[in-house]
Design a protein around this ligand. Structure first.
Ligand code: GLU
Length: 330
C-alpha cells in the first residue's frame, strides 16, 4: 500500500496519450477544463490526475473533459486561474488566504478577490531536508549554507522565508538562497550542489523518496523552537505538523519524526468558472471519497468534513450547492 504512489509514471503516460488523442471523440460540446498542479514528483500532480480521471470517467454524464498541467505550484496556479489559462488549480491554504487579501506576492498586484475555493485536500508539511555532511540538524543551522527555498511561483518559497525570518535569518544575506524547481532539488542535494532544500508537500512523495534514497546521506531537519512557535501563533494559516520520517522514508538518517509546521492543499477556481462544472467535480470527489482516498497515501486522513477546512476565500457557488445538498453546510 505504501508504494502505491510509484504507479503514477504510468498515469503520466496516460495523460500524454490523452493529449495526443484526436479531439473529435466524446460529446460535441464537451467542456474542457485544465487543472494546474505542481512538479511531477510532488503530490499535486497525482492529485490533479486523480480528479481528472474521476471526472473523465463520467464524461457522458457531465460533458466535461479534464486534463492536468504540471506547474511551478501555488502562486503560479492562482495567477493562471485568474487569467483564465487554467480553470482549476491546487493551492496551499496559506497562499489562498494571501492572494485573496493582497499579501506577500500579491502585495503589489492587489487582492485577488475573484479567487474561489472548491474544497481542501491533503495536509502539506513545510519540509526541510539536508545532507548529513552539512551538519544541519535544525533550521537555525542553515546560516551560511546553500539552500533551495523554491522557485518563484511555488508555494514553499514564502514558507521558507517566513521560517528563516522567524529564527532570525535573512534569506537574502544569511544563506545562499537558490530558486530551483521542486523537481530538481533532490538531484541538486544528492550531487552536493546544495546543502538543503525546503518543500511544502504532502507525504509520501516522489521528490523526498529521490532525495533520501541516493548515495549522499540525508536527514530531515527540524523547523521548531520559540521563533517558530511565535510564527505559528501569529499566522492563522499555519499549524504544527511533523514529517512522518520513520514510516515514510526509511533511508533518511533520522531516528525519530521531525517537528515543523504545515498548511493544507486546496482546490481553487475562479468566480467566472461555470457552476455546473464546479458542482460536477465536487460531487464526483465527495460521492466517491473512499475510492479517491485509495489513489494516494497522502489522503489517508481525509473526511468530507475535513475537506471543508482551511478554506479562507468564498466558496464557489457550484461547490456550495453540492455541500448544501450533502448536508455539509447550512
Ligand atoms: N505546495 C507546493 C506548491 O504550492 C506543491 C506541492 C506539490 O506539488 O505536491 O508549490
Amino acid at each position: 500500500m505504501r508504494r502505491t504512489w510509484i504507479v503514477w509514471p504510468t498515469l503520466i503516460v496516460g495523460v500524454l496519450a490523452f493529449w495526443a488523442a484526436p479531439r473529435a471523440e466524446g460529446p460535441a460540446k464537451a467542456r474542457f477544463v485544465i487543472i494546474g498542479t505542481g512538479g511531477v514528483t510532488g503530490v499535486y500532480y497525482p492529485t490533479g490526475i486523480a480528479i481528472a480521471r474521476m471526472i473523465n470517467a463520467k464524461r457522458a454524464a457531465y460533458g466535461i473533459r479534464a486534463a492536468v498541467e504540471a506547474t511551478g505550484g501555488s502562486v503560479f496556479n492562482v495567477e493562471a486561474i485568474l487569467s483564465g489559462d487554467l480553470e482549476f488549480g491546487i493551492v496551499q491554504s496559506d497562499r489562498q488566504y494571501q492572494a485573496y487579501h493582497g499579501l506577500e506576492e500579491w502585495a503589489a498586484k492587489g487582492p485577488r478577490t475573484d479567487l474561489r475555493a472548491v474544497f481542501s485536500i491533503h495536509p502539506e508539511v513545510v519540509s526541510l531536508v539536508a545532507t548529513v555532511d552539512s551538519g544541519i540538524q535544525a533550521i537555525a543551522d542553515l546560516k551560511g549554507k546553500r539552500v533551495n527555498i523554491g522557485e518563484p511561483g511555488s508555494g514553499q518559497r514564502q514558507n521558507a522565508i517566513d521560517a528563516l525570518e522567524a529564527v532570525g535569518l535573512d534569506w537574502k544575506k544569511d544563506i545562499q538562497a537558490e530558486g530551483a524547481k521542486a523537481t530538481e532539488a533532490p538531484g541538486l542535494l544528492q550531487e552536493g550542489r546544495i546543502d538543503a532544500f525546503f518543500y511544502t508537500v504532502g507525504h509520501p512523495n516522489g521528490a523526498m523518496q529521490e532525495a533520501t534514497s541516493g548515495s549522499t546521506r540525508v536527514r530531515f531537519a527540524a523547523i521548531n523552537g520559540p521563533g517558530i512557535e511565535k510564527l505559528i501563533t501569529a499566522k492563522p494559516y499555519y499549524t504544527k505538523a511533523v514529517v512522518p520520517v520513520r514510516a515514510t522514508y526509511p533511508a533518511a538518517m533520522n531516528a525519530t519524526d521531525v517537528e515543523t509546521f504545515g498548511v493544507k492543499a486546496t482546490l481553487c477556481t475562479a468566480a467566472s468558472v461555470a457552476e455546473e462544472t464546479v458542482y460536477a467535480i465536487t460531487k464526483e470527489v465527495f460521492d466517491n471519497l473512499e475510492e479517491f482516498k485509495k489513489l494516494h497515501p497522502a489522503y489517508a486522513t481525509l473526511t468530507r468534513e475535513r475537506m471543508l477546512e482551511g478554506l479562507s476565500v468564498p466558496l464557489h457557488p457550484g461547490a456550495l450547492t453540492y455541500f448544501r445538498e450533502a448536508g455539509l453546510v447550512e
